[in-house]
Structure formats: C-alpha cells, structure tokens
Design a protein around this ligand. Structure first.
Ligand code: PHE
Length: 463
C-alpha cells in the first residue's frame, strides 16, 4: 500500500484570507460577467434572476459547505476524498466526473477568454469590431485561445500561491470598481428604464423547468460548486479555520459581481441596441459592452481596454483552478509529477478547444453539429459542451455528493467538521444544514432532472 502524503506536506493556505481570495478568485470569472447575463437573457430576465438567487442561497451554499467539509476532512482531491472516506467505486465516479468536467470546461472557457484578449486590444486601439466577423475568423480566435491556455499552464506549473494570487488580491477590487462605474453609466443612459425593468421585475409566469435547471446550473457554475474544486481547495485548509464565514464571503462576492454584471448589460442593451434580443446567447456581452464604452466620455476606450484586461485576470484565476483539479488528481492518485500533469492536461485542453473555437464559424461542421436532448435543441459543439459538462454533469455531481454525505456517510460527522473553527454553527444552523443536505438539495435536483427528461408532463419543458 502506498503511504498517503501527510497534510502539511501537501501544502496549506497561508491564511483564511488567502483561501477566501483563491476560492473567490475561482468563483468570480467569465461565469459572472459573460455567462450570467446571457443565460438570464435566454431565460426571460427578472424571473430567472429571482430563481437564481434562491438557488444560490438554498442549494448552492449548503453544497459549497458540503464540498469544503469533504475536502478538509479527507485532505484529498475529489476522487481521493471519496476513497479516503470509504466510498465505493460508484461514489468515486462522482470524483472522476469532477476531473472530467474541469478539463472539458477549461477547453471552451478558454475560447471566451481568448475573445476577451482580442477585445483588450480592439478597445485600446479604438477600432470598432464586428463580433460576428471576429469570432468567425479562426486565424485570430484559435491563437488567442492557445495563448490563454499557455498562460494558465505557466501559472499552474509554478504552484498556486505565487504572483497570481497576490495580483488577484489587488486586481479583483479594481475590477469590481470598474464594474460599478460601467453599471452606473448603463443605468443612466436615456431609455435604460426598460432594461432595468426587464432585469429586475420578475414575471413569475415565465418560471418553468427549463428556467429552474438553467438557474441551478448557473449557480453551480458560478460558485465553482459541483466541480470538486472546493473539495480540492478545502483540502488545503487547516482544521481550525472558519469555513462558514469563508463560504459566506465567497458566495456573497460571487453573487454581487454576477448581479452587477447584469446591471451593466441589460439597461444598456435596451437603450443602445433596441433591435437586439436579450436571448442572443454568448455574443451578448461582447456586443453590448463596446457600445457602452463609446458612451463614456472621456477615455471610454481606455476604460474598456482596462475592463477586458481585468476580466482576463478574473478568467485566469478561474482557469488555473479548473486546471488544478485534474492536475491534483494525477499527482495524488497516479503519482505524476506536477510538470507532467500540467503539460499533458494543458496541451490536451488546447486540442479540445479547437472544435469549440470553430463552432462559431457558420456552416462549419462543428457549428452544424447538434441534436435534440429530450426536447431541448442543442446546436453546435460549443453548446453541447456547455450543456453536458457546464450544466448537466455538475448538477449530477452535486446530487451525488449530497447523497454521499447526507445518506451514505454519517452526515453528523460532516456537520461537526464544519463546526470546527466556527462554533456558532452548532445548534440551529447545523441542524438546518443537515436537513438541506439530506432533503432539500437532493430532492430539488432530482425533481429538476426528472422534469428535464419529461417525467412530469411535456418533455423538454425542463431542459
Ligand atoms: N466559477 C467560475 C466562473 O464563474 C468557473 C469555474 C468553475 C472556475 C469551477 C473554476 C472551477 O467563471
């Protein structure tokens, strides 16, 4: 039998603050600023935002704590954590799925990050770009995406705690300030009212199974929950750290940035691009924001360039954590060196990113791919990846992990793990958490999944 590596030899966060910044840096990324607004637009606006907030508070937060508890208790990567706590192969497969999800999402996440790099330059030099033309030019998009993955590889090679963590501590607050500034400009544009109303006043009749699945998927995507990331990061935590407070900070920061992201986009969309529909998909942010920067005087283009630069940093603190999960798995479980694991997985992600880049080119094979999944039309390679890995798989992982700690293991042990370092968790919050992990989380997720495959009524409504 191989001896397991001791906790301290695996490395630990320097401080709770360091953990909050790293986990917060992972959570805040393209998911908040690019994905949240377009998913909101595809799901009817305010009603989606309402369901999203409920999903974060009632399902996301308990599951975030669940992953941190698993990680800190076992001191392992997602597969190792389940093995270490005595889970059989079936439950370990949830860990394997985590590793696959991180790898798969990294490949298409990098495509969007590559677009962001392109927009830094076009804003700074102040040349208007036609988004459609830009993304349909593989000669630009593919090298930019590769560049982004290379940056990610270099950071992960050096270990997490080097320059990027320090830089993120300073740059993330700056990003937040710029978002505030842009949102302020957006809501004060003439004609912004319609967008504010679309975004913030929920029309409850629009809530259906599809909206709930999308909100749940988006909550998990954005919080970095359901990827084994919080297991991995939790494993580097000392046993006496206050994880309850940290989780509150992570979820709070992440939700604030997402909600502000929507406030940047929708008022400006209705005011400046009345012909464009909010449900146009991944292009949304890239079409709207440059128009807002044009409306900021003076230095609009500098602010625009700076915004995309900071968005790139936010994407990088997310992508490094995405790469870190498979890397930690291959180091712990397959005894690879960090160098071998990082290069192998990074280069493989580069290869897999190519079809996602090409999926934006109209008429291309990867653009034409698509099929019907229980009534839900999935068009193009990019959408397929985002649906299967970026939504469905993470929802399934969350279901499995809540069943695992809630029913297979002694849930009280995990609740006590959480209370270590945060004694105020004892009593009602602890009981509530147990109830949520055993009942609310799995039942809601299961209902959403069953609805998606058409168990209740019309198939497709839910997916
Ligand atoms: N939460 C990140 C975002 O919103 C995505 C992510 C998920 C990053 C999981 C790392 C791990 O962009």
């Amino acid at each position: 039998m191989q001896k397991s590596v001791s906790r301290s030899a695996r490395g630990q966060w320097g401080s709770t603050f360091g953990f909050i910044m790293a986990a917060g840096g992972s959570a805040v990324g393209l998911g908040n600023i690019w994905r949240f607004p377009y998913i909101t637009g595809q799901n009817g606006g305010g009603a989606f935002v309402f369901v999203y907030v409920l999903c974060v508070l009632l399902i996301g937060l308990p599951l975030l704590l669940n992953e941190i508890a698993l990680g800190r208790k076992s001191g392992k990567n997602p597969v190792g954590a389940i093995k270490e706590t005595g889970g059989n192969r079936f439950w370990q497969s949830a860990g394997v799925l985590c590793v696959m999800v991180c790898f798969a999402v990294l490949s298409y996440y990098s495509v969007i990050a590559g677009w962001t790099i392109g927009y830094i330059f076009t804003e700074l030099i102040n040349i208007p770009v036609d988004f459609e033309d830009f993304v349909q030019t593989p000669a630009y998009v593919i090298p930019l995406c590769m560049l982004f993955i290379l940056l990610t590889i270099f950071v992960v090679l050096g270990g997490i705690s080097g320059g990027i963590e320090k830089a993120a501590k300073f740059l993330m607050p700056v990003l937040f300030l710029i978002i505030l500034l842009i949102a302020a400009r957006s809501v004060t544009l003439p004609g912004a009212g319609a967008g504010i109303e679309y975004y913030l006043s929920p029309d409850f009749s629009k809530i259906n199974g599809k909206v709930i699945l999308s909100a749940l998927g988006q909550a998990f995507f954005s919080l970095s929950v359901g990827w084994g990331l919080m297991i991995t990061f939790g494993s580097y935590l000392p046993r006496d750290s206050n994880v309850i407070q940290s989780s509150g900070w992570i979820a709070g920061m992440d939700s604030m940035v997402a909600l502000m992201g929507g406030l940047m986009i929708f008022p400006a969309l209705f005011a400046l691009l009345p012909g464009v529909s909010p449900d146009e998909g991944p292009a949304l942010v890239f079409n709207v924001l440059p128009r807002v920067f044009d409306q900021i005087e003076p230095f609009g283009n500098i602010i625009g360039g700076l915004f995309f630069l900071l968005l790139l940093v936010a994407a990088l603190t997310s992508s490094i954590s995405m790469l870190e999960v498979p890397v930690a798995y291959f180091i712990d479980e397959r005894k690879w060196s960090r160098k071998k694991a990082t290069w192998t997985i990074g280069l493989a992600a580069m290869v897999l990113s190519i079809p996602s880049s090409l999926a934006a080119v109209k008429g291309n094979f990867f653009n034409n791919l698509g099929f019907n999944f229980f009534g839900r039309q999935i068009a193009g390679f990019f959408d397929m990846m985002d649906f299967f890995f970026g939504t469905l798989a993470i929802v399934v992982i969350c279901l499995m992990l809540s069943l695992y700690t809630g029913w297979i293991k002694n849930v009280k042990e995990y609740a006590s793990e959480l209370a270590m370092g945060s004694s105020s968790f004892n009593g009602f919050p602890k009981k509530a958490w147990i109830f949520f992990i055993r009942w609310i989380c799995p039942v809601v997720i299961l209902l959403v999944l069953l609805n998606m495959i058409g168990i209740f009524g019309e198939p497709g409504e839910g997916g």
